[in-house]
Write a protein that binds this ligand. Structure first.
Ligand SMILES: Nc1ncnc2c1ncn2[C@@H]1O[C@H](COP(=O)(O)OP(=O)(O)OP(=O)(O)O)[C@@H](O)[C@H]1O
Length: 340
């Protein structure tokens, strides 16, 4: 089922939470809505679900205007951040619940067989008789997904489903969710404010700010070709350098970086810690190392440039450098935007 949002607007009292969002979600695609708190992600998801009405624009399921489709008939499965399992029902009963109340009647054996299939799918065989309080948070979210899948949804809506879990469990669950998605191919819209989660999981990432789409693209596109400084900053650690553009080339210290499409004049150049290096000579920005941080995967240097900018750069773990060292911060890559 493909879903289209066409210039969708949502206002709460006088507050415009969603300001003209247009988006095509292809059939079988896994799209992540990514943005800071309050950017409108949940509101968009709730409108797709039919729990909230758009007050401008249109949402279509296939070719059909979604407002003409009652919520129960949208074929939407949900999973939310806070485990919405029924505490007084076992895992098996939770998964079976939707099937029991569905208009589509199934026999008791059919339901039991489907519950067993779903438990296998979410790798929780053997836990059927447990109650939600007797399983871990990660397991509860798997049960919530099994319950959402039980009624064969055409669309899956996930609102920060792993938000309350610790980092390792989250990472494991997102790989698992991606495998399930690849197996079932259900059109999925996933809300998160976690960049890594969105980039790891989604076919396409839609980055929102203040109710508007800042950029939509594959993880590669948004990482390698951010459209603006907000996207660059929001996607991860970044350093800002003052630059001057002339003829689509930015001067940063005595380094030169391509600045396609940027007008002559003051600009900001952004670079990730991994795009920077530190050497005793070369083209770049003169700086002093102020701290050396050792981490399992390498060394991070904190430096202050001679123009007063604090920057962070990642170098190999065995790089011989210590606080107080003078040298040049070199730039292998930078994205240049007009000065803010
Ligand atoms: N029922 C409501 N009444 C009034 N304002 C609301 C309502 N629901 C959401 N808002 C406002 O709309 C804006 C967008 O909210 P929304 O929950 O969609 O953001 P979000 O990006 O999902 O944020 P979070 O990551 O914090 O969940 C927020 O400023 C919020 O306060």
């Amino acid at each position: 089922m493909n879903i289209t949002l066409d210039n969708v607007v949502k206002t709460f009292d006088t507050f415009r939470a969603v300001r003209g969002v247009s988006l095509d979600i292809g059939s079988g695609e896994l799209v992540a809505l990514l943005g800071p708190s309050g950017s409108g992600k949940t509101t968009i998801l709730r409108m797709v679900a039919g729990l909230e009405y758009a007050d401008g624009g249109q949402i279509r399921f296939g070719a059909e205007d979604a407002t003409d489709i009652p919520v129960r008939e949208r074929g939407v499965g949900f999973v939310f951040q806070h485990y919405a399992l029924f505490p007084h029902m076992t895992v098996g009963e939770n998964i079976a619940f939707g099937m029991k109340v569905s208009k589509r009647k199934r026999s008791r054996q059919d339901i039991a067989a489907r519950v067993a299939d779903l438990l296998r799918l979410v790798r929780l065989e053997g836990l059927t008789e447990r109650y939600p309080a007797q399983i871990s948070g990660g397991q509860r979210q798997r049960v919530a997904l099994a319950r959402a899948l039980a009624v064969d949804p055409k669309v899956l809506l996930l609102d920060e489903p792993f938000g309350a879990l610790d980092a390792n469990v989250r990472r494991e669950l997102r790989r698992w969710l991606r495998e399930i998605h690849d197996e079932l191919g259900i059109t999925t819209l996933f809300v998160t404010h976690d960049q890594e989660e969105a980039l790891d999981l989604a076919d396409r990432v839609v980055i929102l700010k203040d109710g508007r789409i800042e950029q939509s693209g594959t993880p590669e596109e948004v990482c390698r070709a951010p459209l603006n400084a907000f996207v660059m900053r929001f996607l991860g650690d970044t350093n800002r350098f003052t630059a001057t553009v002339s003829g689509e080339v930015a001067a940063i210290g005595n380094a030169r970086v391509a600045a396609p499409g940027i007008a002559d004049g003051p600009a900001d150049a952004y670079a990730r810690p991994g795009d920077l290096g530190f050497s005793t000579e070369g083209q770049g920005v003169a700086a002093t190392i102020t701290r050396v941080l050792d981490r399992p995967d390498g060394r991070r240097l904190i430096a202050v440039t001679d123009t007063g900018e604090q920057v962070e750069l990642d170098v190999a773990p065995d790089t011989p450098v210590s606080a107080g060292a003078r040298g040049v911060v070199t730039l292998a890559r930078a994205h240049v935007f007009p000065a803010e």
